[in-house]
Ligand binder design. Sequence first.
Ligand SMILES: Cc1cc2nc3c(=O)[nH]c(=O)nc-3n(C[C@H](O)[C@H](O)[C@H](O)COP(=O)(O)OP(=O)(O)OC[C@H]3O[C@@H](n4cnc5c(N)ncnc54)[C@H](O)[C@@H]3O)c2cc1C
Length: 391
Amino acid sequence: MPDYDVVIAGGSISGLLAAREIAAGGLSVAVLEEDAEIGTPEHCGGLVSISGIQNLGIVPDIDTIENNRIAYAKIFSPSSCFEIRAERQKVIVLDRRKFDKQIAFQAQKKGAEIRVKCSMRSFGKEGSDYVVKTSEGNFSCNFFVDARGIASIINTNRDGVLHSAQYEVYASWIEPHTIEVVFNSQQYPGFFAWIIPTGRGRGKVGVAGRRINAASALQTYIDSKGKYSVVRKVYAPIWVNGPLQSFVSDKTIIVGDAAGQSKPTTAGGIYTCGMGGVLAGRALVRAADKKNDERQKQQLLLKRYEIDWFSMFKPEFDKMLLARRLLERMDNKAIDNLITAIPKEIVQEASVDGDFDLHSSALAKILGTKGAARMAKALLGNEIRRLIPES
Ligand SMILES: Cc1cc2nc3c(=O)[nH]c(=O)nc-3n(C[C@H](O)[C@H](O)[C@H](O)COP(=O)(O)OP(=O)(O)OC[C@H]3O[C@@H](n4cnc5c(N)ncnc54)[C@H](O)[C@@H]3O)c2cc1C
């Protein structure tokens, strides 16, 4: 039976980054991916900040970037719209099919082994060995990393899952440098519709929402925009309930979407899930060191990953969860009122100072304006103080 220090189930951003770090630390590691190709089928908008990608230790190859200039964002409520400048956020659109392969190559160069069309079925102790059972036979290992994405977390709490649909669309109404976000509590309850341009007349158009038929909601949205051709369709669940309480249990370490590490506001996870992979990989290298053979010491070293991820992201995620609760309580009238209550100069200020990956300070700035704060307080009560302390 092939034997590794670490076996990882899931060959996407979090699993591959964990593998890169583990292999760089000198351990043997295999990544098992059930699909036939890394990065495919792609189920991502690919929107991320350059600084986020740099923090993950990646300089994207030129051909992985589908759009390197997102200059504006148009935000629609049911009966109004405003535009903000987004250039300062330095946001790009990645082709995840190519980007994930770039990380796979990074990991492989450090010594990781990647196996596609290999589906993990179970992990457990058999005699004195820890064994991962797969469609391609059994593997033994000292540690197992679960990076299987939503497939792993979906049954823990169905309430945290929203349905999404995203199509790749060719249409002249797609503006090359402008993201569109459309709030409508009837059509996309608890979420929004979006357009992410990948070039002139090309883009990814999607919707998500609680208990909606995402395919028909997206069809209605695209039909309302004008002429188009759809060249690819993806339906995928997204997770919006925030992180699991714990990412480490004995020999199993959970990373990425499998650990609930995507943002509760936008379900964006390239940066926060990727960081989960990086931190877990580094903690595993320390825990696997022969000097740290004692079980208790090993667990403490693995828990370091959890502590590091939570200290980087928990305060942000708590605020994003609150913003999510606010959105879920708003009807269309409340969305309209809120958007018209926010002074345009505050929106511009927030868009200049804000951070695309961690956006609670921009949210607090926007919701802290007089009219908006009053509305937010009416919907959230005193809880709003966790988002806007002075309210
Ligand atoms: C429609 C949509 C749009 C999105 N847009 C954005 C965006 O614009 N920006 C952003 O930052 N994030 C976005 N996201 C979120 C982002 O795609 C995820 O957060 C991120 O890909 C999570 O990475 P991951 O490695 O944790 O899991 P995943 O990318 O979900 O990968 C899990 C991998 O595990 C594999 N797997 C599953 N089960 C097994 C098994 N039993 N054995 C072996 N392999 C298995 C899967 O095939 C998959 O390759 C979007 C998500 C969706 C659905």
